[in-house]
Design a binder for this molecule. Structure first.
Ligand code: COA
Length: 436
């Protein structure tokens, strides 16, 4: 039965028809052979919609301008390649909370084709969807046609992302290397932020780390902690290091005791070797893992995420620079709210106090404050000021929970870069947030 299901990429492409809605697996789990060849059918098809999330492979169908009339791209989370191709005009962002991304989308936009990646079938005929279960298993259940790239190099993970070959229509044998995210050494600012956060994390806490440079660096500051647990959307290289160092054992968790729970993994080869056939790692459906109610069931849940800009009242613009979509909400709100649902839980928004950006008028790069009187016009508020908890820069950590606007303004200015504090205070007075 298995043998008859194997087809080539060209045969898989021949199954795509005008008007199809294709959902592809995300990030490291995206079907690279299929996607990098998709443009080859552009002469034959029209009105094909591709829904993706944090695409990583260079694929002409969306990166090359000549295919914009053939493919519409709907995206749950932008990465560098989508940001670059966005100006072509056929890419649009889907606002979403990660735990509802698949659910809400599939209720209104039924995918008729799902293309993903998986491990080889095991002796029972089950493959594992390997690196991601954010929405992929849900997409399989909705799609009329399920095509999986079968790659023996992909780690076999466990959880609820196994599929029996009878549930798969076609399989394509591939053998490219598993896409990696490099492990970057923390710099001086990361180490300072890591220490501020680590000082507030008690032994026995359960961790969620978001995407971006700082959360991974926080892992370095937690190596000496004890009995930590993991309930996170993204399993990172930093989290793996904490398990290997003995800081994480999951003993104090209230749900999935002793198990490291996630809905996708992205990191180094060492991370992929670690999660391969590892019964302590559970890759569960994103709809469950990131549900703020479920997150709140563990005590001492910690969420650590990053943002691009925070205004003086605590609104966090973490996914756009003005109206320009930069990334996505992902699980930022899910995990920040979930952590605060947890007994003694804490949510941290971590950021450098400044960023280097190009001034559009002079063309020169200049240093700006990331703590601002108001967000850039058109910026999307990723984390509402009603849900923000701790905010941390290299100058300190402040709690905004339950605070007034006056208290927020004072606290946020105290962790802004010193050279911007005076101006921020003047702006806060002129906006009527504080009295002069
Ligand atoms: N104004 C203008 N540009 C800014 C800026 C600001 N206030 N703050 C940062 N930038 C620029 C930086 O200069 C940098 O530009 P460069 O690429 O030209 O160097 C770029 O934006 C990225 O900033 P950086 O701080 O390096 O980003 P990061 O890789 O650490 O990612 C987020 C940070 C916020 C984009 C990322 O964490 C994210 O997408 N978060 C939202 C989703 C989320 O948290 N989900 C939860 C878990 S997945």
């Amino acid at each position: 039965m298995n043998k008859s299901k194997y087809i080539t990429v060209t045969e898989a492409l021949s199954l795509i028809k005008d008007g199809d809605t294709i959902v592809t697996a995300m990030a490291g789990a995206e079907p690279r052979s299929f996607l990098t060849s998709l443009h080859e059918i552009s002469r034959r098809i029209k009105n094909v919609k591709v829904t993706n999330c944090l695409p990583m492979a260079d694929a002409d169908y969306f990166q090359h301008e000549s295919y914009i009339d053939k493919f519409d791209v709907d995206c749950w989370f932008f990465g560098p390649s989508v940001r670059k191709a966005f100006e072509h005009g056929n890419i649009s962002y889907i606002p979403n909370h990660l735990h509802l991304a698949g659910k809400r989308r599939f209720e209104t936009h039924k995918p008729n084709v799902f293309v993903g990646t998986a491990t080889l079938p095991d002796k029972h005929g089950y493959v594992s969807l390997s690196l991601s279960n954010v929405y992929e298993k849900q997409a399989v259940l909705h799609a009329d046609l399920v095509i999986l790239e079968i790659n023996e190099k992909f780690p076999r993970t466990y959880g609820d992302l196994e599929l029996h070959v009878s549930e798969i229509d076609y399989m394509i044998e591939v053998n490219y290397d598993v896409p990696e995210l490099p492990d970057i050494e923390p710099n001086e600012k990361d180490l300072k932020i890591g220490k501020f956060v680590a000082d507030l994390i008690e032994d026995g806490s359960t961790l969620q780390f978001g995407i971006g440079g700082i959360p991974n660096a926080v892992a370095h500051a937690l190596m000496d902690k004890k009995d930590l647990g993991i309930h996170t959307e993204m399993f990172t290289t930093g989290l793996m290091k904490l398990v290997k160092a003995g800081a994480v054992n999951g003993k104090k968790k209230k749900i999935h005791v002793g198990k490291h729970v996630c809905c996708f993994a992205l990191g180094t080869k060492e991370l992929y070797d670690f999660i391969d056939q590892n019964p302590s790692v559970l890759v569960l459906d994103g709809n469950y893992v990131n549900d703020p109610h479920i997150i709140g069931l563990n005590d001492n849940q910690i969420s650590i995420n990053t943002t691009l800009e925070v205004d003086l009242t605590g609104q966090c613009a973490s996914e756009s620079i003005g109206p320009r979509q930069f990334s996505g909400t992902g699980g930022q709100t899910d995990t920040a709210v979930g952590a605060q649902n947890s007994k003694n839980g804490k949510s941290f928004i971590t950021l450098y106090s400044t960023a280097m950006v190009k001034n559009p008028k002079t063309g020169l790069r200049e240093e700006i404050s990331k703590i601002v009187p108001f967000l850039k016009p058109g910026a999307a508020v990723t984390l509402s000021r009603n849900d923000v908890d701790y905010v941390v820069t290299e100058y300190g950590c402040v709690s905004l929970r339950g605070t007034t606007i006056v208290e927020r303004v004072e606290r946020l200015i105290s962790i802004a870069h010193p050279k911007f504090r005076e101006d921020l205070k003047k702006e806060a007075i002129s906006l009527g947030y504080i009295r002069g």
